[in-house]
Design a protein around this ligand. Sequence first.
Ligand code: PMP
Length: 361
Amino acid sequence: MSENNLLSSLFRKEVLAMSAYKVADATGLIKLDAMENPYSWPEDIKKDWLEALKDCPLNRYPDPEARHLTATIKRLNNIPDQFDVLLGNGSDEIIQLLLMALPSDACVLAPDPGFVMYKQLSLCLGYHAIPLLEGSFDLDLPAMLDAIERHQPSVIFLAYPNNPTGNLFSEASVLDIIKAAKGLVVIDEAYAPFADASFIDSLGQYDNLLVMRTVSKLGLAGLRLGYIAGTPDLIEQLDKIRLPYNINILTQVSANFALSNKVLFDRQTQQICAERSIVFQRLNELSGITAYPSAANFILFKTPENRANEIFDSIKQQGVLIKNLSAQGGLLADCLRVTIGKPEENAAFLAALTNSLNTLF
Ligand code: PMP
């Protein structure tokens, strides 16, 4: 049997047709591509953290329920007692778990542009992407309601704020969607720390609502820890297909330690939000650039027509890695996305962009 025949006899055609999610190599570059918090910890906190890790029993499996960490997360997020929380190896894993639990004829609905993993992980399920409104990137409520009626999706994903556009959708539209949906609505609050807005308080009002968060954007991307809150009935189903011990002991102990120092992250979040205003203003002062308002730790911006690739490459050659989204076309045509870094990193990015605009035009 030839290699190709072997592959096609073994794997689903959807898997054969897809491409792996590849992450650009940032070696030697200022890394402003992945919505990470740019700040590391002060030395005294690092020391205490290593102290906390010192007695981790690596010869034993971790607590399968990660009870201590789950309690910390519930408390810090003000998740009422009557709701359960499931932890994942990043919120990516939770998206995967949720989609794995659906019947094979189920379909998923999400706005477009949206977070790429919703589609990537929907694999063999139906997937409907509903364009956001041009200009505002808000939800097209009539189109969403129509799609709900026609496709009866088992799950609707709404990132709040949205990635890669950075905006918060209209709260009233989100609520109308939750009310109209017969299936689940996952409000993905990955960027909540920068937004001061959340649907956690709505959990009690809608049985089909799940709120998902991550510690990645807060400053703990390396730990791989996401979580989802919902009614015990819903969380119980996800828990059945969760791998045992999916949160390793180093993550459990480190996250507990880090979250007990949450004031540090709150301070860093404030710095990032203050820098976001500066970068937004500077971007919009550049001729040919339109930056879109953001409630997250990144900014989407439009470049002159058909020049995004050149501008992206030129910025990279000057030592700064951002994200080129222009190949996705549609509302993202000519668009690049920059994560907010430290003041000096943002300044380097703005200088590189200014320089590339001056040389290219
Ligand atoms: N949701 C959204 C909207 C995201 O942008 C991301 C990461 N880029 C994630 C979820 C996944 O986060 P993680 O797996 O790091 O928890």
